[in-house]
Write a protein that binds this ligand. Structure first.
Ligand SMILES: Nc1nc2c(ncn2[C@@H]2O[C@H](COP(=O)(O)OP(=O)(O)OP(=O)(O)O)[C@@H](O)[C@H]2O)c(=O)[nH]1
Ligand SMILES: [Mg+2]
Length: 481
């Protein structure tokens, strides 16, 4: 294993240092984040592990508050002692002075001096002021390589150019840009690349880290695709039989099927949040689209279909049969699973949608019910969008999860078309659905093959979504006074 790289995250107070830590270590529970200054009062560390071994140690530090006063003090000290800057700084952090008015700054500088590199976090919305210039002056004299990280760059008010100019004047040319609310994988890689240039002795460490981070991302995309494929199989293959003669029992069976699909989707979301290392409590109070860890709209509601631009045809999905397709067993003719599509069944579905329970009750004999295609399409698209949003969400972000981008709907519609034959096969195998399977029950081999094929197509969709420019994903944030 290459040698451990120690990184100190430093900067003015309230610039997003703790948030950057959370983003880089994918842990929304790290430290305390708040809009008031001086939230972090002591140095706190976390390690990025590869194969069970720490590879990078990151240290969050208290914010620098009075750099103007500190620089004056250091200059006086240096004049009196006749030392160079680095020795003056070392002497300062060991002195009694470090316990007094500059205690916060001293803790941070003492830690920076023990690290291999510093990330200097800047709120890019800030005007470049004297206090920042003095901070840069002090940091530049530590003899530790410093990588400035422009944070809040997604804001309309970011003064990125002003900052780059100022940093160049301080001889800092390798600058990283970030927004800790939006986890942009490319910015993360660029940050590591910049570190590689400035901490040249740690190239193998950073290369191992980049390889690890990229591999983890691919594995997470594949795992998300598998989870989504499982959801689709469970919902597509599931079949229930309702008795024509007993209307109240039939409608209970129907409601039962819907409820199991809802719960199955919720189970999928819970698994997805674990996979992406988000705590589902984070989503319990947010408005759109997740409420209490579930989608705001019921998957069987016409609103949900409309929200994702899925056409429900002329029959407005309404009534008891909304979201369910109907196979009819009547007069000895089975419009069985294999032929569950086509004009005949299409008419039955349309009629059932229009009149709901009433039509069901008029069908003679036994009625087979399954989740209809529009709802399956919805399950695919909205959950692909959710996967995309989770990939793009920084772990410092506590805003409600928003899905602004429609790319998933367009690309998802293509994937949906390519999945049609898979779905038809799933529908021919009700035994593949785990909706009714007991916990731990092994599932048929055919299902495993179907999952692999569906997951490959869904994985391609997810990779495509994550490759495109997020554009409207980025929220705009207000100016700072
Ligand atoms: N929009 C946006 N908000 C951010 C970003 N980074 C941090 N914030 C917010 O800015 C505020 C301060 O973030 P912290 O991470 O606590 O900042 P800090 O530098 O650790 O602050 P101290 O510990 O007090 O020095 C919080 O309200 C964060 O949610 C960012 O990139 N974009
Ligand atoms: Mg902090």
């Amino acid at each position: 294993m290459p040698k451990i790289l120690r990184i100190a995250v430093v900067g003015h107070t309230n610039t997003g240092k703790t948030s950057l830590m959370r983003t880089l270590i994918h842990d929304s529970g790290f430290g305390e984040v708040s809009n008031r200054p001086a939230t972090t009062r002591r140095v706190e560390g976390a390690a990025l592990m590869v194969d069970g071994e720490p590879l990078v140690e990151l240290y969050d530090t208290p914010g620098l508050e009075d750099s103007i006063g500190l620089l004056e003090k250091l200059e006086r000290m240096r004049g009196n002692l006749g030392l160079d800057w680095t020795d003056t700084l070392r002497r300062f952090v060991d002195s009694d002075e470090a316990e007094g008015a500059f205690a916060q700054e001293a803790k941070t500088l003492a830690h920076l001096l023990q690290c291999d590199v510093g990330l200097y976090v800047i709120d890019a919305r800030d005007r470049v002021l004297g206090k920042h210039k003095d901070e840069l002056e002090i940091l530049g004299r530590t003899a530790i390589p410093i990588v400035p990280v422009l944070n809040f760059v997604a804001s309309d008010y970011a003064r990125t150019d002003d900052w780059r100019e100022q940093l160049a004047r301080a001889n800092m040319h390798a600058v990283a840009e970030f927004d800790t609310m939006v986890l942009d994988f490319d910015s993360e890689l660029r940050l590591f690349e910049t570190l590689k240039v400035l901490a040249a002795g740690f190239r193998p460490t950073i290369e191992t880290l980049v390889e690890h981070v990229s591999r983890q991302r691919s594995l997470r995309i594949d795992a998300s695709a598998n989870l989504l494929a499982d959801l689709l199989i469970d919902a597509s293959a599931c079949l229930v039989v309702a008795e024509r003669d007993d209307e109240s029992r039939s409608s209970a069976i129907l409601d039962g099927l819907k409820e199991r699909v809802r719960q199955r989707e919720q189970g999928f979301i819970a698994q997805l949040l674990v996979l992406h290392e988000f705590d589902d409590r984070e989503f319990s109070h947010t408005a759109l689209p997740l409420r209490n860890g579930a989608w705001g709209f019921d998957p069987f509601s016409p609103e949900a279909l409309r929200q994702f631009g899925i056409s429900t045809g002329s029959a407005a999905a309404a009534g008891a049969a909304a979201g369910l397709a109907v196979d009819v067993l009547s007069a000895g003719v089975t419009l069985g699973v294999g032929t569950a599509t086509g004009a005949v069944i299409g008419a039955a579905i349309g009629a059932a949608r229009e009149k709901g329970r009433e039509v069901l009750s008029r069908l003679s004999g036994e009625t087979q019910l399954r989740v209809d295609e529009a709802t399956l399409h919805l399950l695919l698209i909205r959950n692909a969008r959710l996967v995309e949003a989770l990939f793009r969400r920084g772990h410092a972000n506590h805003d409600p999860l928003r899905l602004n981008d429609r790319t998933a709907d367009r690309q998802g519609a293509d994937t949906w078309r390519s999945l049609k034959s898979d779905i038809r096969r799933m529908r021919a195998h009700p035994e593949w659905s785990a909706l009714d399977a007991a916990e731990g029950q092994s599932l048929p081999a055919g299902r495993r093959a179907a999952r692999e094929e569906a997951a490959a197509k869904i994985g391609a969709l997810l990779f495509g979504l994550l490759d495109h420019d997020p554009g409207t994903h980025v929220e705009r944030h207000g100016s700072k006074v």
